[in-house]
Design a protein around this ligand. Structure first.
Ligand code: ADP
Ligand code: MG
Ligand code: MG
Length: 253
């Protein structure tokens, strides 16, 4: 049983001139393994900033508050240490890793997290199984990470990482963006498989409600102007689908 505890988190983005622009204005959130939380909010409300801050992106400066994973201070950890501690972030704009194949990338990540290399034979089987479930061609494993990947391939690759690395906490930032309906279903099924293990806490960040038709969150948090302004159960997502964010921000977004 793992717990991610975010308390009064305040974050600024570092602008090129060295100035700080405040984005997160005090975020409180607790996610336990086995729980699925959705963070929903208009564009520019700071959802990705929250994800990047937890992941340790250098562009974001923590100006207040705390983040703990099972009592350990996440904000003190390097990016690598965060991954080893069991945090997983699927980014809205994944980076290319030229010269590193999907198979090598995943094996290296698995080795780093577990502290030992996975047994070759079982690992090959796991990799193949994960790809089959996501309806990916086996040749995908030999391609370079994110190089020339379509939107759908990037998302499937993220979910493949999620299934193979078995993190304690996973933050999926706009995993639904740019997916056609078939890819959305396949990706959602992958997320639901991870969810059903009960070992991972999931934080789904999204602007739209459509992924929540496939993945029913236990908790929904409405995020506006750098903070959570309302919380509820899955019915809140349905309400947002009908009404949009208008009543939170005054204008339709
Ligand atoms: P969301 O993911 O909810 O769309 P973001 O976290 O991406 O929101 O952005 C929140 C706010 O921070 C926006 O107003 C955005 O313009 C600003 N912001 C984020 N990154 C930068 C940056 N590198 N430089 C300037 N402003 C930024
Ligand atoms: Mg955005
Ligand atoms: Mg975003």
């Amino acid at each position: 049983m793992s717990t991610l505890e975010i308390r009064d988190l305040q974050v600024s983005v570092k602008l090129p001139e060295g100035e700080l622009k405040p984005i997160l204005a005090g975020v409180d959130l607790t996610v336990k393994s086995g729980e699925t939380h959705a963070i929903m909010g208009p564009n520019g409300s700071g959802k990705s900033t929250l994800a990047y801050s937890i992941a340790g992106h250098p562009k974001y400066e923590i100006t207040g508050g705390t983040v703990h994973l099972d009592g350990e201070n996440v904000l003190d950890m390097t990016v690598d240490e965060r991954a080893r501690a069991g945090l997983f972030l699927a980014m809205q704009y994944p980076v290319e890793v030229p010269g590193v194949s999907v198979a090598n990338f995943l094996r290296t990540a698995k080795t780093a997290i577990d502290g030992e290399a996975p047994k070759l034979r079982t690992w090959a089987g796991e990799l193949r199984g994960a790809m089959e479930k996501l309806q990916m061609d086996p040749s995908f494993a030999q391609r370079n990470v994110n190089e020339g990947f379509s939107g759908g391939e990037k998302k499937r690759h993220e979910i493949m990482q999620l299934e193979l690395l078995k993190p304690k906490m996973a933050i999926l930032d706009e995993t639904d963006s740019g997916l056609d309906i078939d890819a959305l279903r396949i990706v959602s099924e992958g997320v639901n498989r991870v969810r059903e293990t009960g070992d991972t806490g999931l934080l789904l960040i999204t602007h739209y409600t459509r992924i929540l038709r496939y993945i029913k969150p236990d908790f929904v948090h409405v995020f506006v102007a750098g903070k959570i302004v309302q919380e509820g159960g899955p019915e809140l997502a349905e309400q947002l689908e009908a009404e949009g964010y208008e009543r939170y921000v005054g204008t339709r977004v």
